[in-house]
Design a protein around this ligand. Structure first.
Ligand SMILES: [Zn+2]
Ligand SMILES: [Zn+2]
Length: 272
């Protein structure tokens, strides 16, 4: 394929990825924002993680920076088009070529790998030498909303987006697994920036589920960038001693009332 065709192919891929990613962001993160920050704001007020609310202009910046951040996040995949066309990427395009069990297993491994990539690159971007031009933009949200899910600077978006093409260079991955992953990732980004905790109270102490990343866990990172660098899981922070010492207590404090608890009206409490 000559270089003009290669550029056309890369641009076509890029436009396709971008259209789908922006749509997912608008539906999932935008939808979460409308539900929790507008329509049911009062209904879930007892599960709000921080008392203070961001200014309107911060929310608008989160929205604009996420639309841009998605472009930077996709860039490594788009730039990998020549490698894909020359057969160097191990993408399996036939959905039936991989069994559902293998797709499930590869998803779990892919997520564990993504969490490791995220923890270490994220922690690296907090280093004072590089923080200002890599990750400071994401931390402009002190009280994050789901609109901040993809608010990445050019460098941060690119670094995070590198994970997918790097994996595809080494491991065979079915396209179906990637579809599942990108949907799951969008929901995760909306959830950890929700500003409200929706999971049950026992999550934080249960010996298995305490390793899951939660909205409280990541919200505390936006409050204090010295702790909680993981997002999918808490195990790297637990192993490396970077988990916030008050995480469990804070989680239980936020989730003290059930999600569907209603504030008492005339002394009548309605807990579902
Ligand atoms: Zn964040
Ligand atoms: Zn950070």
């Amino acid at each position: 394929m000559d270089s003009a065709n290669l550029v056309t192919e890369a641009l076509t891929n890029g436009a396709f990825f971008l259209g789908r990613s922006w749509t997912r962001y608008l539906v999932v993160c935008g939808g979460a924002f409308v539900l929790f920050w507008v329509v049911f704001k009062e209904r879930f007020a007892h599960r709000r993680i921080q008392r203070q609310n961001p200014e309107r202009r911060t929310l608008l910046s989160e929205f604009r920076n996420s639309l841009l951040g998605i472009i930077f996040f996709l860039l490594p995949s788009v730039l990998s088009t020549p490698l894909y066309l020359s057969g160097h990427m191990k993408l399996i395009t036939d959905p039936s070529a991989t069994s559902p069990a293998m797709i499930a297993l590869s998803f779990v491994l892919f997520v564990i790998g993504a969490d490791t990539w995220f923890y270490w690159t994220h922690r690296g971007m907090h280093h004072s030498n590089v923080y200002r031009f890599t990750h400071e933009l994401h931390h402009r949200s002190k009280q994050p909303s789901p609109l901040a899910g993809y608010a990445f600077s050019a460098i941060e978006g690119f670094v995070l987006g590198l994970y997918l093409p790097l994996v595809l260079l080494v491991f065979p991955v079915n396209r179906v697994m990637l579809w599942i992953f990108v949907f799951w990732f969008t929901f995760l980004e909306a959830y950890v920036h929700l500003g409200f905790e929706v999971l049950p109270r026992w999550i934080a102490r249960n010996p298995v589920t305490k390793f899951l990343g939660t909205a409280v866990f990541h919200d505390m990172h936006h409050e204090n960038g010295a702790y909680n660098f993981g997002v999918y899981f808490t195990w790297w922070d637990r192993m490396m001693g970077t988990i916030h010492p008050q995480y469990t207590e804070r989680y239980e404090q936020v989730t003290e009332q059930r999600l569907l608890w209603r504030a008492p009206v005339d002394g009548v409490e309605d807990s579902v």
